[in-house]
Ligand binder design. Structure first.
Ligand SMILES: [Zn+2]
Length: 414
């Protein structure tokens, strides 16, 4: 029984596997043997030609090729969006020596948040205690925000250029134009102001009648702090109007972080219940940002301070010494030449130098262990400089040592 080789992404059929290739897919050979070498050659060809394999169990599930420093191997992803293998499927992923399972990269275009059938369900049922928030980095709403940030260049500060709230908002909407929710461009259903709710409703209803899809909108606020209560969360928007979002399933980007030390970007999916004639807010995501004038997402307050300081130095060195720099908060995993995927805290370009900054924000053994694992992998791409935010004991010491760290990097590489 042959497998189908298809083109990555387009899934266009290329050919069926030969008998020996079928064997290569279903059987792991012993490392270093002649059979193993031939199998590796076959995997190399698949990877180089950007091919995927359709599994023979249901002609639906996919098998992918991945590479590490030592070898190529096959794997399959468990994800809602991908068909899974049938029970009793013959394909057994070749186990790799202790390698991490592949992480999901940015690749969606259309975001479908709620199935059509949810139309018949009664909304407004609190399906999660907002206090039980957890860190959901593969959260679909965050994935959408991440795509928008990357398309809008919100994750980069080039030449230390200062921006403004209005400019960041414009950029966000431009980025949102490239993505869709149920086929509707996100820019057309993104609203940054509660007073626009009547407009939101009009747009949603027009899409419902036009396309017969249950409409979802995206509400965005920038808030300096927020507070999570039992069944709702509150915050003041940029115009200092109090907002209260009830019965929303909230995910925090920074679960151990402060609710007070902002600003934060608050994203809420909004739906309109036609029968009840009211809005409801099934899902929210709260992510720290650098400032009202820089909507770069950060993972912690330490990273926020680091980004603010880097931007300050970049601006200073550009104005005073014409030193050009680029500060990037990577929005997507970066692949090393060994096939490892890494996500540095910051990526810096100063003149012709290129390096990463890792902000060590926790003192736990597990955290340090994880960093000790990823930093050597990052070093294969560019030098990594670590800033240990746990050492300074006061806020003032912390901000002084971040300042010194940043100025040192600009002097060293500028
Ligand atoms: Zn299968």
């Amino acid at each position: 029984m042959a497998y189908q080789i298809v083109k990555k992404n387009s899934l266009r059929f290329v050919r069926n596997t030969t008998e020996i290739e079928t064997k290569y897919i279903s059987k792991p050979y012993e490392f270093g043997t002649e059979d193993w070498k031939a199998q590796q050659l076959f995997f190399t060809e698949l990877k180089d030609c950007k091919y995927w394999i359709k599994c023979s169990c249901n002609n639906n599930a996919f098998i992918y090729i991945r590479t590490t420093s030592k070898k190529y191997y096959l794997y399959s992803l468990e994800a809602d969006s991908r068909p899974s293998h049938e029970k009793g499927c013959k394909f057994k992923p070749v186990l790799n020596d202790g390698a991490q399972p592949p992480k999901k990269r940015l690749n969606d275009d259309d975001f479908v948040f709620f199935r059509k059938t949810s139309q018949t369900k009664t909304p407004n049922k609190p399906n999660a205690d907002p206090k039980q928030v957890k860190r959901v980095k593969d959260n679909k709403l965050y994935s959408l925000l991440r795509h928008i940030a990357q398309d809008a260049n919100l994750n980069k500060v080039i030449g230390g250029t200062r921006s403004s709230y209005e400019e960041q908002k414009e950029n966000f909407l431009q980025g949102a134009a490239k993505r869709t929710i149920n086929g509707v461009p996100v820019s057309q259903i993104t609203f940054m102001n509660e007073s626009q709710l009547s407009k939101v409703r009009k747009v949603m209803l027009s899409y419902e009648t036009k396309n017969n899809v249950f409409p979802t909108s995206l509400l965005i606020w920038i808030a300096s702090e927020y507070e999570i209560k039992d069944s709702y969360f509150t915050f003041k928007d940029i115009n200092r109007n109090e907002q209260k979002i009830k019965n929303s399933n909230v995910s925090l980007h920074h679960p151990l972080g402060s609710e007070k030390k902002g600003p934060f970007l608050i994203a809420t999916l909004c739906k309109f219940d036609n029968r009840e004639r009211k809005f409801y807010y099934p899902q929210s995501y709260i992510v720290p940002i650098v400032s009202n004038e820089c909507w770069m997402y950060v993972d912690s307050h330490y990273e926020r301070l680091m980004a603010q300081s880097l931007i300050g130095r970049a601006n200073y060195f550009k104005s005073n010494s014409q030193i050009y720099s680029k500060i990037i908060k990577p929005a997507d995993l970066i692949e090393t030449k060994d096939g490892d995927l890494v996500l540095p805290d910051f990526e810096l370009e100063i003149k012709n130098s290129h390096f990463f900054i890792e902000v060590m924000g926790m003192n736990s053994w597990a955290y340090r262990e994880r960093k000790a694992d990823v930093i050597p992998k990052m070093t294969k791409i560019a030098p990594v400089f670590e800033f240990d935010a746990c050492i300074p004991s006061t806020e003032q010491d912390l901000s002084d040592s971040i300042f010194n760290f940043c100025i040192h990097k600009f002097r060293e590489f500028g």
